[in-house]
Design a protein around this ligand. Structure first.
Ligand code: ZN
Length: 403
């Protein structure tokens, strides 16, 4: 048996007047998803438990069968794992941004100008993070370069109970009010201050200033956490699988769950992503003998954040035609029994342009157990609400794999 879980991120929405009171899923031409709904089962599921932020981390943990309340340990360790860093149980990961601070005087008096240092290139940031690691790194503590402004600090036997602030939350504010707090956090403040002295005159930054770009003149440390201890997919369901996503933290959850993370060239997380490349990569994993692919597509979520209704509908149609269809064609062609589940990890309604915690629709299809076909049953919020409801999202994976 082969399994596919397909996640059109943020696809769930509300009825929209401009669509004649339909949701984007209802308005989009998603022939293949609707066919699976007609011959399969639809329902709805709460992927975000009450009291938990509707983030991609919580939502995708749920979908993969892990209770967020137990396993949610923050983004940084997931990002670190996705960067290929092998974290032990006692390691603590911190997100380390390269940021732009502006103004004159003491570090405290500077202003947080840009949390991304002008979207610095990975080539430049690699040089800076390596330099920072040479200056501050020890046996127990290392900085690792990631992508653009996003990097990692790993501390062996580190503590997690510091109060650290995400730099994107304090843009335009003074540094002084937002320095690390909590017992033993002084060494973090020391490194951040020290980095300003080291980076301000670094040749990489002098060159950036010359070009009119924001200099990466300080590190900013936040978002600490330990690697979640997930029981692997193989232990839970006796299947081998892969995760395919452009998003670091979803790759990280997959790796922590024992899946292989597959990178697809041109996977950008936007509507301009390489949709065909994603389906080819998924098929390739089955050909190599994998039982399961967790295929995540960011585009509908990204369009929702941008308030782009047309783009959201178009991205759903592209996923249906260029991602789902070729994979179904392949799976049917093998003659082996297969199961498909499609659901958004969370809703991203265009009316609010951010994530919502309300239940999402799912469709489950099994190739040798087709239901009596119902032409009126599509894959959308309305039909989902008529089917079986899972209050605890993490139980849906058990249902999908064991049934
Ligand atoms: Zn989002």
């Amino acid at each position: 048996m082969k399994y596919l879980i397909l996640i059109p991120d943020g696809a769930g929405d509300e009825k929209i007047a401009a669509l004649g009171n339909k949701t984007p899923l209802q308005a989009a031409k998603i022939t293949h998803m609707n066919q699976l709904a007609q011959k399969g089962m639809v329902g709805s599921v709460r992927t975000i438990p009450p009291g938990i932020e509707p983030g991609s981390d919580a939502a995708n943990l749920s979908v993969m069968g892990y209770e967020p309340a137990t396993y949610l340990t923050g983004r940084s360790p997931l990002e670190a794992v996705s960067m290929g860093i092998e974290m032990t149980e006692t390691d603590v990961a911190f997100r380390t941004n390269l940021v732009t601070l502006s103004g004159e005087g003491n570090y405290e008096d500077l202003t947080v100008e840009d949390h991304s240092a002008g979207d610095i290139t990975s080539e430049e940031s690699r040089i800076l993070i390596k330099y920072i690691d040479e200056q501050f790194g020890t046996e127990l503590m290392h900085f690792y370069p990631g992508v653009s402004y996003r990097h990692a600090l790993i501390i062996k036997n580190g503590a997690t109970d510091y109060v650290l602030t995400p730099p994107h939350d304090i843009l335009g504010q003074k540094v002084g009010e937002h320095l690390p707090k909590g017992e033993g956090s002084e060494f973090i403040t020391r490194m951040m201050k020290g980095s300003y002295k080291l980076l301000s005159d670094h040749p990489v930054n002098l060159e950036r200033v010359k070009k009119g770009l924001n200099p990466a003149n300080s590190i900013w440390i936040w978002g600490q956490g330990k690697r979640p201890r997930l029981t692997s997919f193989y232990e839970k369901y006796k299947i081998n699988g892969s995760v395919i996503s452009a998003v670091d933290l979803i790759k990280g959850i997959g790796i922590c769950a024992g899946l292989d993370s597959i990178d697809v060239e041109g996977a950008t997380g936007t509507i301009h992503t390489n949709f065909k490349g994603k389906s080819e990569a998924a098929i390739n994993e089955y050909v190599k003998g994998k039982d399961f692919v967790y295929l995540h597509l960011e585009a509908p979520d990204e369009c929702s954040h941008q308030g782009d209704l047309e783009g959201k509908i178009r991205s759903l149609e592209l996923i249906d035609e260029q991602v789902l269809k070729p994979i179904l064609d392949y799976l049917y062609s093998t003659g082996e029994v297969f199961k498909v589940m499609i659901l958004p990890d969370h809703k991203t309604p265009l009316s609010i342009r951010t994530h919502s915690a309300t239940p999402v629709p799912y469709v489950i299809y099994r190739s040798n157990q087709e239901a009596e076909s119902d032409a009126g049953r599509g894959f959308n919020e309305e039909s989902g609400a008529t089917g079986r409801f899972f209050e605890n999202g993490f139980k849906l994976a058990d249902f999908f794999f064991n049934r």
